[in-house]
Design a binder for this molecule. Sequence first.
Ligand SMILES: [Zn+2]
Ligand SMILES: [Zn+2]
Length: 197
Amino acid sequence: MEYTNFDYNECLETAKAFHGDACSGIKIGSRMAIIGLEAIGIADPKGSDRKDFMVYVESDRCASDAILAITGCHPGKRTLKVLNYGKMAAVFVNLKTGKAVRVSSKNKDGDTVTTREMIDREPRGDDYLTSSDEELFDVKEVAVNIPEGELPGKPARIVTCASCGERVMDMRDVTVDGKFYCVPCAFKEQRYYSEKN
Ligand SMILES: [Zn+2]
Ligand SMILES: [Zn+2]
C-alpha cells in the first residue's frame, strides 16, 4: 500500500501501541484512518491540521482505537464522535473546506448472518495487509450537518435541569412546557441506569 502522506507500517505501530495489539480491527482501522485523512486533504493530523477536521466512527470496537490513535481525534476534544451503529465505517470531515468522506468496509461475504463460530473459523487479518483499498473499502463523498452543539470549543450555553438540578452542556437538554430537562429526566423510562433506594 502506497499512500501520499502516511506510511502504513508507522501508522499501524501507532495504533498498536495505543490498543495493545495489532488485531484485524486495528489493521482495518489504520487503513481507514489513512484513506479518510488523505481523502479530505489532511496531511498533518496531529500538527498544523489538528483543528481542521473531525471524525465520526460507527462502532466502538478495535478499528475506532486505530482511527483515534492515528488521527489524534478523541472524544474529550470533541473531534471524535462515536455513533455505535455496529458498522465498520467512519466519516472524516474537513471543517475548513467542508469536504466529508465516508470510508466503509465492503461486505465481501454477503452472508445475511455471520455467527461467532464462522468468525472464529476464518481469521481475516491477512486480507488487510495484502488486498487493495478498492477491494476492501468503499469511499464516498458525503454531506455532514454538524450541529453547533457538537463542534469543538467552549459550550454555547449550559442549563440546569428542572428535575435533578444537574447542569447540562452542549444543547443536550430537552425543553418540556418551557422548562429545561436533562435527557435522563425527560425520558426516565429509557435510562440506562436506575436509582437504588
Ligand atoms: Zn483489537
Ligand atoms: Zn435531570
